[in-house]
Design a protein around this ligand. Structure first.
Ligand code: DOR
Ligand code: ZN
Length: 355
């Protein structure tokens, strides 16, 4: 007897960590997110970066202009924190509902982070302003010290940077973006147990893959992202964190499109493009863990609650029906982007299916 495919209806999810870039590439990738997610937190690491509320609102208008007609996708903006961010800018961000918070990139940590923060110790007045006005600080949690092994950069960031920020600013809302290690999960759980407003986003690729995926039969540039994939014990800690249903962890894909030729290069860019299956890939993980009942809170409730936003009202339906991911998608200006699982199957799909 043929089994009926499993189906799951959940409140429409939000993606609280998303890169959409700008220009033609942006127009090409946005529909993937708009189809799945109600809202997204848009990352500010453009060239040049989005460092003010005014720039963030202008960027948001550009996004709205190229969205497919009839979607009510609601981009919410992050502002790029620099050494020169003013306390007044923090106050402006606090007044603007469309701004979610500030994104801290240690200078040089990742794609377009040259304008990032060079000395955390000089930012205490800005952190204090955020703490006072309840503006979240979202961190790329990796040290840039070249003496630190790339696989240890998150743990060392927590020790050297995050713990001191937390000590100095007990009421600050902090998001450890794209947490990748057991150390990070433990830190979030510990900090929350002490009453702190700390949370982490988790990507689908860090839940699905360990670092072997970067070297499977040869070097795999499309599995190179930052923070870099970690060993299996860390992946298992991430999966356990989401399957626990803890409100300390919520969905942020970190879908980060790069043109194919810029990843398949002698010095390839960091980033996995996952927007084409931004919720389906998570459904795979939760199904595998027999934790599908925890997907809705992770994807649709916890992040909205953390940011103090209303939960979405509509629903989406996922069906356990495998589909073949194309080798690439168009990415503007004659470029293509290679999605996660290119040429392979994903086990869940959105209903009704379009792609
Ligand atoms: O893999 C990554 N890609 N990690 C980041 O932190 C940035 C992102 C990007 O913008 O490409
Ligand atoms: Zn990112």
């Amino acid at each position: 007897m043929e089994m009926k495919p499993r189906r799951l209806s959940i409140i429409r999810p939000d993606d609280w960590h998303l890169h959409v870039r700008d220009g033609e590439g942006m127009a090409a990738v946005l529909p993937f997110s708009a189809r799945r997610f109600g809202r997204a937190g848009i990352m500010p690491n453009l060239k040049p970066p989005v460092t003010t509320v005014a720039q963030a609102l202008a960027y948001r208008e550009c996004i709205l202009r190229v969205l497919p007609a009839g979607t009510d996708f609601d981009p919410r903006m992050f502002i790029y924190l620099t050494d020169n961010t003013s306390v007044e800018e923090v106050a402006r961000a606090a007044q603007e509902d469309l701004v979610l918070g500030f994104k801290l990139y240690p200078a040089g940590a990742t794609t377009n982070s040259d304008a990032g923060v060079t000395d955390i110790d000089k930012l205490h007045d800005r952190f204090e302003a955020m703490e006072r006005s309840e503006v979240p600080l979202c961190v790329h949690g990796e040290v840039t010290d070249l003496a630190v092994d790339i696989f240890d950069r998150e743990r060392v960031f927590i020790e050297r940077v995050l713990v001191p920020i937390r000590r100095g600013h007990p009421a600050l809302k902090i998001v450890l973006e794209h947490v990748t290690t057991k150390d990070g999960v433990d830190y979030v759980n510990y900090d929350r147990s002490m009453g702190s407003q700390t949370a982490a986003t988790i990507t689908a690729h860090h839940l699905l893959l360990n670092r072997n995926a970067i070297f499977q039969g040869g070097v795999r540039p499309h599995h190179y992202c930052l923070p870099v994939l970690k060993r299996e014990t860390h992946r298992q800690a991430l999966v356990a964190a989401v399957a626990s249903g803890s409100p300390g962890f919520f969905l942020g894909t970190d879908s980060a499109p790069h043109a194919k030729h810029t990843k398949e290069a002698a010095c390839g860019c960091a980033g996995c493009f996952t927007a084409h299956a931004g919720i389906e890939l998570y459904a795979e993980v939760f199904a595998e863990m027999n934790a599908l009942d925890k997907l809705e809170a992770f994807a649709s409730f916890t992040g909205a609650d953390f940011y103090g936003l209303p939960r979405n009202m509509e629903t989406i339906t996922l069906v356990e029906k495998p589909w073949l991911v194309p080798q690439s998608y168009e990415y503007g200006e004659g470029n293509t982007v290679v999605p996660l699982r290119a040429g392979e199957q994903i086990l869940w799909q959105l209903e009704p299916s379009v792609e």
